[in-house]
Ligand binder design. Sequence first.
Ligand code: URP
Ligand code: ZN
Ligand code: ZN
Length: 482
Amino acid sequence: LGVGTTDLDLAIVNGTVVTATDVVSCDLGIKDGRVALIGTGLGSSAANTIDATGKLLLPGGIDAHCHLDQESPSGLRHADDFYSGSRAAAGGGTTTIIPFANQKKHTPLRAIIHDYHERARGKAIIDYAFHLIISDPSEQSVGQELPALIREGYTSFKVFMTYDALRLTDGQILNLLAMARREGALVMVHAENHDCIVWLTEQLMAAGHTAPRYHTDAHSAVGEREATHRAIALAEIAAAPVLIVHVSAKEAMREIQYAQSRGLPVLAETCPQYLVLDSTQLDCAGFEGAKYICSPPPRDAADQEALWRGLASGVFQVFSSDHAPYRYADSGGKMKHGPNAPFSHIANGIPGLETRLPLLFSYGVRRGRIDINQFVAVTATNPAKIYGLYPQKGTLAIGSDADVAIWDPDKEVRITHSLLHDNMDYTPYEGTTVRGWPVMTISRGDVVCTDGEVVKAAGRGRFLPCKQPMVGTAGAIPGVRN
Ligand code: URP
Ligand code: ZN
Ligand code: ZN
């Protein structure tokens, strides 16, 4: 960039810079919101200096799967909007979020995009892009609107194989996959077998099994495996890449592994709740289990172990929160149908934007399950590549946005909801002690959170148009071959 040390706006000195490939003790020099220099001795004449002795300088996290200010299939609205959600993200070391713009049936996609831009405007404090959710794949949506929107920076979209209001037929998914392949976009799939969920729910209800814990039985691992297999088969037939989101079951992971071993461009995401929580949490006293209801549900120790191995070996490229916040003691949240509602009437989704990185660092890096480069890869670099934001986001390289999480690898924190910045009334990780926490979050050179205090006002976040996803490119994403 032709910058000398005297021109720097900010130097972060004496830290350890970590990328998806390297760990280097050096300084970061920032100018006009971007990384301008990486070297030593940068502090001497920068306008401002931050001493990061003993800290890691990580690329700010990218949370590529979160739901903000979105209506649920049953008409509830999420507890977090773009302000509280982005505040929570920043509190947890995340500097880019990719929430969903959810298509209502019979609504043109352009109107949806406009609507979600309005929801974010003046609110987000960090940068954001959008995935679309396609619930009405009409000729107009798929044939005309989507190809144009893809060229304008909306290059990924999610489809559902379950939920009455959202699910698509196999034929509709095939059409979308074929279009995505033609236009250079990526289809993300929520893979659960709808009819299995409906049938199992009916059986459970008829037997009087209505408590939250039966949600796990209704959303069976076999149903997740079958739908994952089918989604991959559809992508194979359409010769398109596909990304399976929020994988919870070892059986589903094996389908993904098998596809990858055959060289198919099949990508996958998992989330903290599937590595750290398990099905016993849904079985706590009274209605408390509702706090852990999400789909697919957390499963068992054997699933957790398999998923950890999958994360370490590259089966999963992306680690996201799937933050889907519904307050617990709230008639607009988990208790919409009262404190004794059957599991089938409890909103699906749990919060996790702020705890995503600390949980993975503590349970993954500190326990030796993944190394720090893999941590950066799955939380920042891979999502940036896959969703077309690299190298502006997802790494610390000359010219990249100066999005940095200054990370104290030794800081011990007992997670409790009052520490967090979301608009929820609980965290599923209440009482969990983690070691490793972000002490400062910097977005485009601006300190947005320091020592747990969010210091920037709503509205500074910018919309990020996404480029074509980097999938199936040799070497782009570990675990995926051409
Ligand atoms: O239960 C969940 N995961 N809710 C959020 C919506 C989704 O399916 O990702
Ligand atoms: Zn989903
Ligand atoms: Zn989700």
